[in-house]
Structure formats: structure tokens, C-alpha cells
Design a protein. Structure first.
Length: 73
């Protein structure tokens, strides 16, 4: 089991933090004020760079497979 990494709070465009309140009820919010799904960001940040690359490659393969299916290949 991998040791748990300290998670940094992501910033949005313009340098704004995800949440203006650091209270306990907002610590584990599923969505930022702008509607970004924070669970996906936290999940991706928990992966190693190699694992992130695998996820991106699989996503690209799936997208290409769908495009090919639509085109009838």
C-alpha cells in the first residue's frame, strides 16, 4: 500500500483557491464553486505520473475506438 501523500489545494485560473472557506464541512467538497468535480482531481493527484499516463492513454484509445465505431471501421 502506498503511503498517503499530502494533498495540496488546487488553484483555479487567476490563482483563486477552490474554496474560500477552510471549515471542516467544506474540506471534502465534491465540487468547487465553479462546478469542477474535485473528486476526479483528488483521484488523479493520488496517482503516480506513470499511472496518470496510463489513464490518459486508455482514454485516448477509448476515444479512438468510439470514433472508429461511428465511422463504421
Amino acid at each position: 500500500m502506498k503511503p498517503k501523500q499530502k494533498t495540496m489545494r488546487p488553484k483555479l485560473a487567476g490563482g483563486r483557491k477552490v474554496s474560500s472557506s477552510s471549515g471542516p464541512r467544506n474540506k471534502n467538497r465534491a465540487y468547487s464553486e465553479d462546478g469542477v468535480d474535485m473528486t476526479l482531481i483528488r483521484w488523479m493527484l493520488s496517482l503516480t505520473p506513470a499511472e496518470r499516463l496510463q489513464v490518459a492513454q486508455q482514454s485516448a484509445r477509448s476515444t479512438q475506438e468510439m470514433r472508429n465505431a461511428v465511422r463504421g471501421r
